[in-house]
Design a protein around this ligand. Structure first.
Ligand SMILES: [Cu+2]
Length: 127
């Protein structure tokens, strides 16, 4: 178990509940945008801001500003987003199409501790 700020735990719980109804997501306006950019700052302690979500078929650009060096990947989205290195010194951008709805754990492997830690959940809503 990782140490996570209480609000991260709360968001994880909310995301877990939302897993039952991935259709109850963002409004139609949010889904109408053809592309979306998500900033995320992973660290071994979690992800900020909390729960990234998009709509199916959107082009997603992740802008990853990591606190430490490591490797990030999204379980269940490995074909669209192969595991990629992030660095404490650089911002890493990766773009892909979110072709499948569902909830996909975001896992971070820091360079210091290669054991994977789930830092958050990437949600793809049905539009
Ligand atoms: Cu992993």
């Amino acid at each position: 178990m990782t140490r996570a700020a209480p609000w991260v735990v709360l968001l994880a719980l909310v995301a877990g509940i939302a897993a039952c109804v991935p259709t109850g997501g963002p409004n139609a306006e949010a889904c109408a945008a053809p592309s979306v950019t998500l900033e995320m700052a992973p660290s071994p302690d979690g992800l900020a801001p909390g729960a990234p979500s998009v709509c199916r078929d959107q082009e997603v650009t992740l802008v990853v500003d990591s606190a430490v060096d490591g490797v990030l990947h999204i379980h269940g989205y490995d074909s669209e987003v192969p595991a990629f290195e992030v660095s404490a010194d650089d911002v890493t951008e990766i773009t892909f199409v979110a072709g499948r709805s569902g909830q996909f754990p975001i896992e971070f492997h820091s360079a210091d501790d290669p054991t994977g830690v789930e830092v958050g959940v990437f949600t793809v809503h049905e539009p």
